[in-house]
Design a protein around this ligand. Structure first.
Ligand code: GLA
Length: 661
């Protein structure tokens, strides 16, 4: 397959927003800053096919030629992300409809129904022409299908979607009685006589059927994946040597697509990440996202397809990045497996809804701190490029799942305040602060060899996934399960006989009732920590109590338990522990399993290691603090091009990448 440049550096390039003379300056500036890859034509459909079946590629040909002669490689989009106005005018049935029946009109972007056969036909028509025209061009090293599939239009409730949902359900269940059993439709007089009666979970007078909601999410993710696969297959036919990707959104609380299902369909995993600028320590969530993306890539390198040089335009207040922050963020991604550092977008727009979104070339031009930092980043990426291709493997696995996420946050639950990622983030933060690396694993994934396995809030769990976690403990891992895990099967039916059904035997506990706390209520534990939000009426069935409640609804009841199991152990946190409680728990898990940090550091100094197949390794240090940091490491710092002589000094806010040994 064609190779894309590594480490890749660049971003989304939207030349159609600028006159031709700017394009010459663009290529010159790209060369000056070391840009070697740009994503082209993401939102160009209206210009490439200004009326149905009438194509105009001339302007794009010119840009491709300019980039190619400048030595810049192209990640060519299929341009199908956002249909042009004529599509909706001519085929209004392609427009997406919300849960409460409102049409989403053109004028923004991505106004199409993912199940629309018209959208499918017209987008594949354009994709085919793009493949024919550019598939053999030397500059085109990657295909980029659509853009952030599922952003803005993941769920469509229109009649076209309803019919597609019914077809999907027929394939899943075969006959309507199996659907009735899976959805539990004897409840509230919901029993269906035929598939024709079934609808998407449109706005209803009371809670929708939870399994209908879950299946609708599964269907919606599959519909968009189908669109991706259809375009990918056209490209594979026309341009077999060029890998195909689409940019995922593993970030923040974006949860629409089940990327475990998507990951095996792309030739290279790529991800977009934007910091939550309101969180002064948003870089921890960045690391979480990057590690999860590496999990999707099977521990191998992946591409950071988009992040921002500075502020975005879509948060409540859009905070500019501080000096050095862009470099630190970029290196965090590389430390965690990215072989590409790309931005949205190359040149900040002059018009349109994203004109206040930062770019690599700001409105103020090149005599700016931001541009100088872009040039510096290009230079650093050049200096560290030998890390390309290296993967990462850690001793701690975290089991995460979109289906459990969807299930855990359904309405009609014991509390509306339970957030699926809450415990995942808290545990991750504790490990991040200790410099301990984490790999993200799918629920039925391979846990062999992990010394610690974390299972936060895995609400929905299949028998296969429960067995995989059990086996990990049996074979010697220290497993931690947190509250509201293992409660239901894949149909959202409660596993009976005491919670948490799927993990009861493994954990050696029996829970007779959930006991969520009142808003603001806290309970004290006998180890000096506290818990809020969630407790459980738990009995020991083989496990020992590690900590118990002193007060609250269940004084004397175990809150944290440990059960020796096989060659390992299974711990349970039945409540939402405060940060001290999580920290203490993590220390015990690490001590018991013998897991140590990548290298010891102090708070706010991030460390991560990449290791090549031939055993060479690189230690990344990102100093998020205002004080210099010193790290014990032998090797050569590629950023400063100096030997470390056993002790590396990383300046306040600085970065280092040490070839170890
Ligand atoms: C997303 C999109 C881009 C752009 C950025 C702005 O990631 O893919 O086109 O809108 O957001 O942050």
């Amino acid at each position: 397959m064609t190779a894309w440049p590594r480490l890749a550096f660049g971003g989304d390039y939207n030349p159609e927003q600028w006159p031709a003379e700017v394009h010459d300056e663009d290529v010159a500036l790209m060369r000056e800053s070391g840009v070697n890859l740009v994503t082209l034509a993401v939102f160009s459909w209206a210009l490439l096919e200004p009326s149905e079946g009438h194509y105009e590629f001339g302007w794009l040909d010119e840009v491709v030629t300019k980039l190619h002669s400048g030595g810049i490689s192209i990640d060519m989009a299929t341009a199908t992300a956002s249909p042009p106005p004529w599509l909706a005018r001519r085929y209004p049935e392609t427009l997406p409809v919300t849960e409460d029946g409102r049409t989403m009109w053109p004028g923004g972007r991505q106004a199409f129904c993912p199940s629309s056969p018209v959208y499918r036909e017209r987008s594949l028509g354009l994709c085919r022409r793009m493949g024919e025209r550019y598939g053999g061009h030397d500059a085109v090293v990657l295909w980029h299908v659509g853009n952030e599939l599922g952003n803005h239009n993941a769920w469509c409730y229109c009649d076209v979607s309803a019919a597609a949902f019914r077809r999907w359900l027929e394939r899943r269940y075969g006959d309507v009685d199996r659907l009735n059993d899976a959805w539990g439709t004897n409840f509230w007089s919901q029993r269906y006589a035929t598939f024709d009666e079934v609808l998407p979970p449109r706005l209803a007078p009371n809670f929708a059927n939870p399994t209908q909601q879950l299946d609708f999410r599964r269907f919606s993710s599959d519909e968009l994946l189908d669109n991706f696969v259809a375009e990918r297959d056209v490209l594979r036919e026309l341009s077999p040597a060029v890998p195909v990707t689409t940019n995922f959104m593993v970030m923040g609380h974006v949860r629409e697509m089940d990327y475990w299902r998507w990951a095996s369909e792309v030739d290279v995993v790529s991800n977009d990440h934007y910091l939550n600028a309101h969180d002064p320590e948003g870089y921890v969530e960045l690391a979480f996202s990057a590690d999860w993306t590496r999990g999707l890539a099977g521990g191998q390198p992946w591409m950071l397809m988009e992040h921002s040089t500075s502020a975005v335009n879509w948060q409540h207040r859009n905070i500019a990045k501080r000096p050095g922050e862009m470099l630190r963020n970029s290196l965090q991604h590389v430390a965690r497996g990215a072989d590409a550092v790309l931005f949205f977008q190359w040149r900040a727009s002059r018009a349109g809804a994203e004109k206040y979104h930062s770019g690599m070339v700001p409105h103020a031009g090149t005599d700016t701190r931001l541009w100088r930092e872009v040039v510096e980043l290009g230079d650093v990426l050049q200096r560290i490029r030998e890390v390309a291709g290296a993967g990462a493997r850690n001793d701690v696995a975290m089991v995460v799942d979109w289906q459990a996420w969807w299930g855990a946050e359904l309405d009609s639950h014991p509390t509306q305040d339970l957030v699926y990622l809450d415990q995942a983030h808290t545990l991750y933060r504790a490990l991040w602060e200790r410099g301990v690396g984490v790999d993200f694993v799918r629920p039925d994934g391979d846990l062999t060899g992990y010394r610690v396995v974390l299972v936060p809030t895995l609400y929905t769990v299949t028998d296969a996934a429960a067995e995989s976690v059990r086996r990990a403990a049996e074979e010697g891992a220290t497993v931690l399960v947190t509250y509201f895990s293992g409660i239901v099967d894949e149909h959202d039916h409660v596993r009976l006989g005491g919670y948490p059904g799927a993990f009861r035997e493994l954990l050696g506990v029996f829970v007779e009732e959930f006991a969520p706390l009142r808003t603001e209520e806290k309970v004290r534990l006998d180890d000096g920590t506290t818990a809020d939000l969630w407790t459980e009426h738990l009995h020991l069935r083989g496990a020992e109590a590690v900590a118990s409640y002193l007060d609250g609804p269940l004084p004397g009841t175990p809150a944290v338990t440990r059960h020796g199991y096989g060659r390992g152990a299974a711990w349970y946190a039945a409540c939402r522990l405060d940060d001290d409680g999580v920290s203490a728990l993590v220390d015990r898990l690490l001590a018991e399993s013998g897991v140590v940090p990548v290298v010891p550091t102090r708070g706010g100094v991030e460390v991560a290691r990449r290791t090549a197949a031939d055993g060479r390794s690189w230690l990344f240090v990102v100093n998020h603090t205002a004080e210099p940091a010193s790290v014990a490491v032998d090797g050569h710092d590629l950023v400063t091009d100096r030997p470390t002589d056993g002790a590396l000094e990383v300046p306040a806010g600085g970065v280092a990448v040490v070839r170890e040994g």
